[in-house]
Unconditional design. Sequence first.
Length: 116
Amino acid sequence: MTSLNCLFCRIAAKKAAARIIYEDETCVAFEDIAPQAPVHFLVVPRKHIATTLELEDGDDALIGHLFRVANRIAGDKKISGRGFRMVMNTNPEAGQSVYHIHLHVLGGRPMRWPPG
Ligand code: 5GP
Ligand code: ZN
């Protein structure tokens, strides 16, 4: 269910501005407003799901689709050969700040491990 109180629902519905890279009936991808790497975009389902903990049986294809869209955009942005990181933060200690799931895609510089 779309919520107009939710920032990423609003971006998906074009009620809030974002630099959208790609969209289809299932998801929207847009540039992160505070990029943490030369390439940093988010892939977000149109369906409002607050955290990964709320994923249901019927969402399996949706999650796969987010990763496949991320792969395709990473290819377009020429970072797939070098490598890139995909992250979904769940709840406060992981740093989740927007409670609508989103796949971070970061690249264009070497990534450290373990992450901070
Ligand atoms: P989280 O901290 O929940 O894992 O990630 C939220 C991400 O959303 C952050 O990287 C943050 O910079 C990004 N973000 C927050 N507000 C906006 C916004 O209004 N527009 C865009 N494009 N990104 C946002
Ligand atoms: Zn939402």
